[in-house]
Ligand binder design. Structure first.
Ligand code: FDA
Length: 392
């Protein structure tokens, strides 16, 4: 026998966006999640310190089919609003680099803060809850749930889809929001892993663990950040950022001396210290193991005095336009985000409400809006969550 229940607003997913929406959605809200704990991705984010927003939230730092869609929500609940909330809860924070704001302590402080906000708003949280079906009947959503060993048929006037994307299935990620959105007539754009390490056939195993500042780019984007060589390929912020702009089969270009006229530096070094070996000179700019690695792939023999202008030019070209072709990426297993999602054409950008079905909302990573690395994805979760919550 199914127990019958009703609430005004049901939120599917107790992650960043769902908890934020619950804190703003007014009375009679239930948040359900299949996980044992809420906000699991917040807990592991930012190396356990949660990079919760960024000083420099700008619309250009988000990807999506419609480059304008995210502007409204981001403008109406900004990084300053979230920072204010963090400060009101007495959470100590710091800027790490490039405007990225982290907790001084643990990421769990952000989860506790969101739970406190939800409790203050009177929202209920049901964990370890399974959803077996959803339909829309007579202006209400009808959800079949299993919670605490009971089968429940719950009706709600509003349904917010906040189950995130497909990245890191080990942490409970599923494509549920896409399936429900499709069921209710929404299009879902092509989805793929983003902010994900590149893989290369054993190529960098010898230098795994080495990190160096580079400019990594392709035809669509460029990022000057740290590049990390790994057993599997390339990681670190530069690779992760570029991966969101990369397509299967394409090459990427790595400049090992970003912002430098490296040919000019070599010519000056040839004049000042011609007896120095080329490898020693490169070692002044790059980690020694990386120089050894490069010397196995290209001729780095001889002293600076031996270098002709033409050789200097070709060396600088090879090291500042190092063309690499990733075999692929590590995929959803390690991707920080999912690119693509519920098509924004079907959603109102002010409220995140469905244009087809009043009362249905989609927020957070499930939407076709993806931020850069650096706190942008959480800011989207906070902003889109508040937009939906306030609209209800
Ligand atoms: P989120 O994934 O947070 O929440 C979805 C919720 O829905 C989860 O609680 C899940 O259990 C639940 N759910 C899923 N399927 C369900 C189903 N079928 N039934 C019931 N419940 C279901 N971003 C950033 O800005 N700064 C950072 O430091 C990091 N760091 C980071 C590290 C790692 C390792 C990852 C994987 C990701 C990040 N991110 C990040 C990205 C960030 O975590 C992500 O963009 C947000 O958590 C998205 O918030 P959502 O609420 O949309 O989904």
């Amino acid at each position: 026998m199914e127990k019958q229940m009703h609430c005004r607003t049901l939120i599917l997913g107790a992650g960043a966006a769902g908890m934020m929406a619950a804190a703003h959605a007014g009375p009679d809200v239930i948040v359900i999640d299949h996980a044992k704990r809420p906000g699991e991705k917040i807990r592991i984010s930012g190396g356990g310190r949660c990079n919760f927003t960024n000083y420099r939230v700008e619309p250009e730092r988000f990807l999506g089919s419609n480059p304008h869609f995210h502007k409204s929500a981001l403008a109406r609940y900004t990084q300053w609003d979230f920072l204010d909330l963090v400060q009101r809860h007495g959470i100590a924070w710091h800027e790490k680099t490039l405007g990225q704001l982290f907790c001084d302590g643990k990421a769990t402080q952000i989860i506790e803060m969101l739970q406190t906000e939800m409790n203050t708003a009177g929202a209920k949280l049901w964990l370890e809850t399974g959803l077996t079906g959803v339909r829309h009947v007579d202006g209400c959503f009808v959800l079949n749930l299993t919670f605490n060993g009971e089968n429940i048929e719950l009706t709600s006037e509003n349904l917010i889809l906040a189950t995130g994307g497909k990245s890191v299935p080990k942490m409970g990620a599923t494509g549920l929001a896409y399936d429900i959105a499709r069921q209710f007539g929404h299009a879902v754009t092509e989805i793929r892993p983003g902010l994900v390490p590149f893989t290369f056939e054993k190529r960098f195993a010898d230098i795994s663990g080495i990190s160096t500042n580079v400019l990594a780019r392709n035809a669509r984007a460029s990022f000057e950040e740290a590049l990390l060589f790994t057993h599997r390929g390339l990681s670190g912020p530069a690779a992760l950022q570029l991966s969101s702009y990369w397509r299967e089969g394409e090459e990427i270009s790595v400049n090992l001396f970003p912002g430098m006229d490296f040919a000019g530096i070599l010519r000056a070094a040839r004049q000042d210290r011609g007896r120095r070996s080329l490898k020693t000179e490169l070692g002044a700019h790059l980690p020694g193991r990386l120089v050894d690695f490069l010397s196995r792939a290209m001729d780095l023999g001889g002293n600076l005095a031996d270098l002709s202008d033409a050789r200097i030019a070709s060396l600088a070209d090879a090291l500042q336009r190092w063309q690499l072709k990733p075999g692929g990426t590590e995929g959803y297993r390690t991707a920080e985000v999912t690119l693509g999602g519920v098509d924004t054409d079907g959603l109102d950008s002010r409220t995140m409400m469905s244009k087809n079905l009043p009362g249905l909302y989609v927020i957070g990573e499930a939407v076709d809006v993806t931020g850069w690395l650096g706190g942008y994805n959480f800011q989207w979760a906070w902003s889109s969550g508040v937009a939906a919550g306030r609209a209800i």
